[in-house]
Design a binder for this molecule. Structure first.
Ligand code: ZN
Length: 87
């Protein structure tokens, strides 16, 4: 009997909220509100739990959203809807 190498599977990320679900990549809209500024980011990459629906962002994504929000606050933007784009 010949034992072949198991094909490598993508590591799945367990949901840290319900502890049972597995997360899969998707996109969603994120709304940030601060100091009178409302920003809506569309098509933000995220991981979504297939059981509880909790969403997770990579740290780099979160950081970029907060940075853009701060820029908008400084620019005096009241409300803006924009598409998230990876810089
Ligand atoms: Zn979950």
């Amino acid at each position: 009997m010949v034992v072949g190498l198991d094909h490598l599977e993508e590591p799945t990320v367990k949901c840290t909220v319900c502890k049972h679900g597995e997360t899969s990549p998707g996109t969603l809209s994120v709304i940030l509100e601060r100091q009178g500024t409302t920003l809506v980011f569309r098509e933000v990459p995220a991981l979504v739990c297939d059981i509880c629906g909790e969403t997770f962002h990579e740290e780099a994504v979160t950081r970029q959203l907060l940075q853009k929000a701060e820029e908008a606050v400084r620019a005096g933007v009241e409300i803006d809807v924009r598409r998230y784009a990876v810089a």
